[in-house]
Design a protein around this ligand. Structure first.
Ligand SMILES: *Cc1c(COP(=O)(O)O)cnc(C)c1O
Length: 713
């Protein structure tokens, strides 16, 4: 018997629903929603880089309505839309119960970058990905949250590799119409326009809203015809241009962000600065309060009560510093409106306020004008307290007021489809319930619940997916494998070999090529027929960081012209999509920064739900995460002062743990080919790391420690 076709109304509802769904980034962490868009256009989904909005543009309205006549597909659409609506309407959340005051007056979270998804490339690396994961978890938890950032019309650069194996950068224009963002309009339906004073100009900006589940993130955009070209291009690139561009971008972010919130009628209860880039918001908050009649001292004190600051790196270059001249040139309009001598305002950005030779530091400003500040791991807390001790000369270093909240990752956003399917088969439709709880993950320790064989089968599926992905990528990136050798790509890497992954920004302190310092010995390991190893690398260097580019060059050179060729690859254009493939498909995730410069590191946290094991220096999060059973440590809890000595010792230690622990453990197989001890480590990693290093735990901690004001006595 045939079923009655859907009515025009029903079809309409589904089509409208799909369009609404595409414009909420919720779909980036809901597998079933992604499946819908993929089913609409397989090729579009892949070629448009998993962009739901662009896929809906690719499919005509007519085609969509006809496709929805397919009952099975339509039921899937209705199922996802029901879930989405339930999510959006739910009042049964942690935030409703534990932080109702933030629902009235939200947290305003300022970040120069947000990494939500590969389709919206407005992040440069870990800081942005963390901000994106923070926003997603704030939504999941039902916390009142508003994000502020910039809309970079050409995003972060794309990486190409030239004939000399040298990184080159190119940009592509982002089209807002084709992205999961919407223009912010005024009550008349026109774009909402605000302005900030920069140097001698009044610079106008508009805004885009990214819907991140229940919460908005606003992206400020100066590309308006009324602005001079210089200012139109201010928001062109993530961290683009020179220091002059940088300071002006930061005025738009900090000062402009507060003005946008006011124009929207949002009265945040706290302003959370994710890194110092947004610290100029402090000046705007002071200006507002003084305009209402407060003295400077009172306005500063009141502003302090509203501000929180998270510092993200102990690397000096990671802290913005601006010369006096540049500050005065850029800020004089704003300073004029704060009826306070400029010298006093400048002092807020200096360790020695009266020292006119000291440049203005955004981190110092943020520290001086926040009621609380934190680092992003326990060790980083300690390092930061020592680093900023000069600001608090009359306290012992342990009492420098910088605490720590260790970073995390947003689990549903990072779990690969293959792993979600695995859990769904295991636990049924409701499988995601309790994903962030220890109870969910301790079950993994029970071989009655999951067998070694099941885990090992899943690992191989994930590894094959990653290897096939990388073969396709290398083909597309025009890798030269020899004369016309198309087939050669299908022989790159082997699913059977122990696969070591390394992907992150190519900052020099991260020492990407460290493992190749023992070159001859590594070649031997790679060529060992019984127990081979292989490497997958990826990462971008900052456009002006030639030292970082040299490291990339070195690795690509080895991948093409050394005995490692075919067993070492470099995938270009590292981004969230490449990261997701690698953290799931590799067996081992290598991290060997110069201790203690890795504030936290988050890519290693993304591996845990996929059964990839960390092999890392005891720095950042790994110093807290590693317990002797859930991965591998390089070296111990110490480091020599000399860089040369440290590099030498770490490369020795790395080689040692690789040959004495990692390789034997991986290749020690039971009669039916299962590495029992290795899988035991996978179980331990899932059970001990996943419930700890996720952003639900992290955002709850921010809420309880910092966002909520302690009750007045
Ligand atoms: C997670 C992630 C990072 C951060 O990785 P680290 O280990 O902190 O260096 C950087 N870039 C992308 C694309 C990521 O997904």
């Amino acid at each position: 018997m045939t079923q009655k076709p859907f009515t025009a109304n029903e079809i309409n509802e589904m089509a409208v629903g799909l369009n609404r769904l595409a414009r909420n980034l919720w779909w980036t962490w809901d597998q079933e929603a992604q499946d819908l868009f993929q089913e609409l256009s397989q090729r579009g989904w892949r070629n448009l880089y998993h962009n739901a909005v662009a896929v809906l543009h690719e499919v005509s309205d007519y085609e969509l309505r006809m496709r929805l006549q397919d009952r099975r597909f339509a039921q899937h659409v209705q199922f996802v839309l029901r879930n989405f609506d339930q999510y959006m309407r739910s009042t049964d959340t942690w935030g409703h119960t534990n932080a109702p005051e933030l629902r009235e007056r939200p947290v305003a979270y300022f970040s120069a970058e947000f990494g939500f998804h590969e389709t919206l490339p407005i992040a440069a690396g870990g800081l942005g990905v963390l901000a994106g994961d923070h926003a997603k978890s704030a939504s999941d938890l039902g916390i009142g949250f508003v994000g502020i950032s910039l809309f970079y019309r050409e995003g972060y650069f794309m990486q190409a590799i030239n004939q000399e194996n040298w990184q080159t950068e190119y940009y592509t224009l982002l089209h807002p119409k084709n992205l999961p963002i919407e223009p912010v309009l005024d009550p008349k339906g026109d774009p909402l326009i605000c302005s900030v004073g920069i140097a001698t100009s009044q610079v106008l900006f508009k805004a885009w809203r990214a819907n991140v589940g229940r919460n908005p993130v606003y992206l400020l955009d100066t590309d308006l015809p009324e602005n001079e070209q210089l200012y139109r291009d201010l928001t062109l690139h993530v961290y683009g241009g020179d220091t002059a561009t940088r300071i002006m971008q930061e005025v738009v972010l900090g000062v402009g962000g507060v003005r946008l919130l006011r124009a929207l009628g949002v009265q945040p209860s706290v302003y959370h600065m994710n890194e110092g880039h947004a610290a100029f918001l402090i000046f705007e908050l002071i200006r507002e309060k003084m305009a209402e009649g407060m003295t400077f001292a009172n306005a500063l004190a009141a502003t302090r009560e509203e501000c929180l600051f998270t510092t993200h790196t102990p690397v000096e270059a990671g802290h913005d510093r601006f010369s006096n001249d540049l500050m005065h040139f850029t800020m004089h309009r704003l300073f004029r409106h704060i009826r306070t001598p400029a010298a006093e305002l400048m002092g807020l950005g200096r360790i020695r306020p009266g020292d006119e030779h000291e440049p203005f530091c955004m981190t110092v400003l943020a520290l001086k004008a926040s009621r609380a500040a934190n680092a992003v791991s326990a060790l980083h807390g300690k390092v930061s307290r020592a680093m900023w001790h000069p600001l608090y000369p009359d306290r012992p270093v342990d009492e420098v007021p910088i605490g720590h909240i260790t970073n995390g990752v947003h689990l549903p956003g990072w779990m690969k489809g293959t792993v979600r399917t695995f859990w769904k088969r295991k636990l049924g439709c409701d499988w995601e319930k309790g994903l962030n709880t220890p109870e969910f993950w301790t079950r993994v320790l029970d071989p009655e619940f999951i067998s070694d064989e099941e885990i090992w089968a899943m690992r191989h599926k994930l590894k094959r997916e990653m290897i096939e992905f990388s073969r396709r990528r290398l083909l597309l990136q025009g890798e030269r494998l020899g004369p016309g050798d198309f087939i050669a790509f299908d022989h790159l890497l082997s699913v059977d070999a122990l696969t070591i992954g390394f992907a992150r920004r190519f900052a020099t302190y991260k020492r990407a090529p460290l493992i190749f310092q023992q070159f001859e010995r590594i070649v031997e390991l790679v060529k060992d027929r019984a127990r081979p190893i292989q490497f997958v690398f990826a990462g971008k260097a900052h456009p002006r960081d030639d030292e970082g580019k040299k490291l990339i060059q070195r690795i690509i050179h080895l991948s093409r012209f050394s005995e490692l060729s075919g067993r070492l690859i470099f995938m270009s254009n590292y981004d969230i999509h490449v990261a997701r493939q690698m953290v799931s498909g590799c067996d081992v995730w290598l991290n060997n920064p110069r201790r203690p410069l890795e504030a936290s590191g988050t890519s290693g946290m993304k591996t845990c739900t996929h059964g990839c094991l960390n092999l890392s220096i005891l720095d950042g999060w790994w110093r807290e995460g590693y317990d002797g059973t859930n991965g591998f440590a390089i070296g111990d809890d110490s480091h020599p002062d000399s860089i040369e000595e440290q590099d030498r010792r770490d490369s020795e230690n790395l080689f040692q743990v690789l040959t004495e622990e990692v390789i034997p453990c991986y290749y020690n197989r039971s009669a039916n080919g299962i590495p029992r001890a290795w899988i035991q480590r996978i179980r331990r990693a899932m059970a001990t790391l996943t419930p700890q290093f996720n952003t639900w735990r992290m955002v709850q901690e921010y809420t309880q420690k910092y966002y909520l004001r302690p009750a007045k006595q």
